[in-house]
Write a new protein. Structure first.
Length: 96
């Protein structure tokens, strides 16, 4: 289940509409499977995962965001979400 109530199409034109504030995010494939869980400043971080970015995530179709407004809280939520995913699936997302 994605972090936020909504998921957004993962295109640069949509990503740049987000706030560049701290938060945790998930990248999902076209079926809604979580490919990557990350945290940081949202626009900056999401732009890194496009094909031409520094940490590409192949197959990313949409994303979900939860803003924390604080770096330490973002890291804590990131660890919580990774642990939740691991508990549920016995592994980590494909790109983590």
């Amino acid at each position: 289940m994605p972090l936020g109530i909504k998921t957004w199409i993962y295109t640069k034109s949509v990503v740049v509409l987000e706030r560049d504030e701290y938060g945790v995010y998930e990248l999902l494939d076209s079926r809604g499977n979580i490919l990557y869980i990350g945290y940081g400043k949202i626009i900056t971080s999401l732009l890194q995962h496009f094909e031409d970015g520094t940490h590409p995530v192949a197959g990313a179709h949409c994303f979900s965001v939860e803003y924390t407004w604080d770096k330490a809280r973002a890291e804590t939520r990131y660890r919580e979400e990774l642990a939740r995913f691991h508990k549920e699936y016995g592994t980590y997302p494909k790109f983590n």
